[in-house]
Design a protein around this ligand. Structure first.
Ligand code: HEM
Length: 377
């Protein structure tokens, strides 16, 4: 889907190398560089809102997260010169790829698959042009993820190819965009539906403003937003964007249930881990239907009760999400800004889950009323 130079189109050795390039580009020391530009995108975006009004939060946050990806992942060429075209193409690629029919019949000659493929080809051309131009410039000082992928080297010293860079950056946008915007919207719906947790999250912002001042956000300050972090984590438990993940069995193994029954799982089989089901097990999560971010607090730590795979919103093992820190960073950046600068109210009913796409998003619009305010310490 992302071209012939990446993912399952290449051998395991190269694929492992490519995973390293991607995870190296998203380590905390690299993420620190994005705080300023991410904050700028968030401030600029919400400065366009009026004094008071009603918006579809889902649509707003989708747009904002695309702008953030444009800035932090793709860099200035896209953000400044071709954002409109890239935005439309990414929308076509992502939207048409996430439909269940596309997932089940990826090669069928359907209009959806044709739109997806056309968008991917054009995006690859655009990104390849940028990669070519950057590779030919010796004194490049960009700090975006694209540049990190261009600068990455295979273990034998080979530089990444144009096809690898374009394929990897497309796969990152694909993996991160819809998951993050869906989670940001669900977080909003959950907070605005829970006055106690909304008040706790606002209080936390007041404390942070008192400690660091009003317009000061750094990577470390984002790490101090513990209440907000737990609200997002709990939202993800209740609304994991990826409801299950699959693994191929490489070695026979045995599973023993709590009741003592044993099942042999043979090599070559495919195992599905249903995240949505796992995160609602009542012997791990007390009253799983209740929004309770305290379950992740130091005295309870329910996400560890059943071992290291109790909480799998970001999957686990070798293919666990490499964008987890980046995702928390952008969602906290957005919600800390909203809580500080707006009174908010959910005016449509609490959203139902849409099961039409691969990523479980809120069904329909999520209408929110806002009024500007200035949070003081
Ligand atoms: C709340 C937001 C996010 C959630 C819930 C999420 C969840 C996941 C899950 C469940 C997987 C594993 C799928 C599987 O095992 O088959 C995954 C993989 C991945 N995610 Fe995320 N993700 C999020 C955001 C991001 C972001 C922002 C990025 C990048 C900027 C990203 C990049 C990736 C990549 C590259 C993989 C593939 C890893 C591999 O196959 O080795 N994700 N994500």
């Amino acid at each position: 889907m992302f071209g012939k130079d990446v993912g399952h189109a290449v051998g395991v050795t190269v694929r492992t190398e490519q995973n390293r390039f991607v995870s190296d580009a998203l380590i905390p020391s690299k993420l620190r560089c994005h705080v300023g530009s991410m904050l700028q995108e968030v401030e600029d975006y919400f400065s366009e809102w009026g004094q008071e009004g009603t918006v579809d939060l889902k649509q707003e946050l989708e747009q904002l997260l695309m702008l953030i990806s444009g800035q932090c992942l793709l860099g200035k060429e896209v953000r400044e010169k071709m954002f409109g075209e890239v935005l439309t193409l990414l929308h076509q690629l992502i939207d048409n790829s996430l439909r269940l029919t596309t997932v089940l019949f990826p090669y069928a000659p359907t209009p959806t698959n044709r739109r997806r493929d056309k968008a991917r080809v054009r995006l690859s051309e655009l990104f390849a042009e940028i990669v070519r131009s950057r590779k030919s410039t010796t004194n490049q000082i960009e700090e975006d993820v694209l540049q990190n992928l261009i600068d990455a080297r295979h273990r034998d010293g080979r530089p990444t190819t144009e096809g690898e860079v374009t394929g990897l950056i497309l796969s990152l946008i694909f993996a991160g965009k819809h998951t993050s915007s869906t989670t940001s919207t669900w977080t909003g719906a959950r907070l605005l539906n829970n006055p106690t947790w909304l008040a706790a999250a606002v209080k936390e912002q007041e404390r942070i403003i008192e400690k660091y001042g009003e317009n000061n956000i750094t990577y470390n300050i984002l790490q101090e937003m513990d209440v907000l972090q737990r609200c997002i984590k709990e939202t993800l438990r209740m609304h994991p964007p990826a409801p299950s993940f699959l693994r191929t069995v490489h070695k026979n193994f045995t599973v023993r249930t709590r009741e003592g029954d044993e099942y042999e799982i043979p090599r070559g089989h495919m195992v599905a881990s249903p995240v949505l089901f796992n995160s609602n097990l009542p012997y791990i999560y007390k009253d799983p239907e209740v929004f309770d971010p305290d379950r992740f607090g130091p005295s309870r730590e329910e996400d560890r009760v059943g071992g290291k795979y109790s909480y799998t919103a970001f999957s686990g093992g070798k293919h666990a999400c490499v964008g987890e820190n980046y995702a928390y960073m952008q969602i906290k950046m957005i919600w800390s800004h909203l809580l500080r600068n707006f009174e908010l109210e959910l005016v449509s009913p609490f959203p139902k889950t849409s099961w039409k796409k691969l990523v479980l998003e809120p069904d329909g619009k999520v209408m929110v009323w806002y009024k500007r305010r200035r949070l003081c310490s």
